[in-house]
Unconditional design. Sequence first.
Length: 74
Amino acid sequence: MDGTAFRRDVGAEAERLASTLPPGERVRQALRLGEVCLDVYLATLPAGTSRGEARRRAELAKSRGRRTSAEGLS
């Protein structure tokens, strides 16, 4: 028996699930996932760090190292 017998096609499953949900529910799920990710990130920060500060730090980390396309052309 090869290892492919138990593999899932995650992309196909996600596509199937997304096609069955109305757009509003997909948006709610994405926002909920973002809040859960922020909670996990907040748990890694020093005690007493506010949720707003964690959100600010996450936004800074997300955009760090990126340049606008106009900067890339010069």
